[in-house]
Design a protein around this ligand. Structure first.
Ligand code: SF4
Length: 324
């Protein structure tokens, strides 16, 4: 079978697992094109107005796969990727939303990723999913082992790489290899689909590199560092990726190991509007590290982004020059 995978949302986190599992069971995997104007426009036109920008982009990628000769489109229902934490409601209902909104697309196959229910339930779900392609249980187990191995390697690489190299090597971006030395370090925090999709963020990592700034993302921090940052808030944050944003933002603030922090959020994201508020308040209260908050939407213009980044980097340089 030919299975289409949309290059959107948690594609940036879990694509290696999905691809290896599906291919090991004898399928061919086709990925949608990189995000472009046609994909964004189609997504905006065919999804609900209330959806956040990344979900609209997802719709555009699903439509892009329509003409790529795929037999099925893979849309996971991602409920929870770790114990005791959830993802935002958009991930939970994504296959239903797509079925309700889009006619005339290839049939959808779903995998429920839900670690909240415990590992045994997840094992059973993988078996159910694997049986769509083969009745051979041993083959499904082997595919899972191989996919787990490759995913582990991918996550290790993402931690070790610079943001620029991750873009270039893992996501095929046309950016130049990482320089050895930069004048400044910037913490860039945001969801993977906001900071690694070059079209919707207008190549923010490359722009910062061109301004002589090295970029450190939340993916490069350890769980211990993220937990340190997140511990400043009394109540445990139950959204996995929201906690990653909050934890990395407050970790940078604690350690002062970057010259400034940029927080990228998407228009229409409920969880991010809350997290942004908490981060902004804490940065304002301590007043020790500059923070720039950027909200991207379908109307965002490149010239405006460039101006804001340049102004922010100029401010960091001035701060360094006057020694405060
Ligand atoms: S976390 Fe925010 S940006 Fe991501 S899918 Fe949910 S609402 Fe959209």
């Amino acid at each position: 079978m030919v299975i289409g995978i949309p290059r959107a949302l948690l594609y940036y986190n879990f694509f290696p697992w999905w691809k290896v599992f599906l291919e090991t069971l004898g399928n061919e995997v086709v990925v949608s094109s990189k995000t472009n104007k046609a994909i964004l426009d189609a997504g905006v036109k065919n999804s609900v107005d209330e959806a956040c920008l990344p979900v609209k982009v997802m719709f555009g990628h699903i439509l892009d796969l329509k003409d790529k000769g795929v037999d099925y489109i893979f849309i996971p229902r991602i409920v929870s990727v770790e114990k005791n934490r959830y993802l935002c409601a958009k991930f939970l209902g994504l296959p239903d939303l797509v079925k309700a909104m889009l006619d005339d697309i290839p049939p959808i196959i779903e995998l429920e990723i839900n670690h909240y229910k415990g590992e045994r339930a997840f094992d059973r779900e993988i078996m159910r999913f694997g049986r769509i392609f083969t009745r051979n249980i041993r083959q499904i187990k082997e595919a899972r082992e191989k996919a787990d191995r490759v995913q582990g390697e991918y996550e290790r690489l993402l931690k070790e790489m610079t943001a620029n190299d991750a873009l270039r090597i893992l996501f095929g971006a046309h950016v130049s290899p990482e320089k050895k030395q930069y004048g400044m370090k910037i913490g860039l925090i945001g969801h993977s689909y906001d900071i690694y999709d070059e079209y919707i963020n207008m190549s923010i990592i490359e722009k910062l590199n061109d301004m002589d700034c090295q970029v450190i993302t939340a993916d490069m921090l350890t769980e211990k560092q993220i937990a340190q940052g997140a511990s400043h808030i009394k109540k445990d944050m139950f959204w996995t990726y929201g906690r990653q944003l909050l934890g990395s933002g407050l970790y940078f603030l604690d350690e002062q190991n970057v010259d400034g922090v940029i927080l990228v959020t998407a228009f229409g994201c409920g969880p991010d509007s809350l997290i942004k508020e908490i981060i902004e308040r804490e940065y304002k209260r301590r007043n020790t590290l500059p923070l720039l908050c950027l909200t991207i939407d379908e109307q965002s213009g490149e010239a405006g982004l460039q101006t804001r980044l340049e102004a922010f980097v100029d401010l960091l340089r001035l701060k360094e020059a006057v020694g405060r």
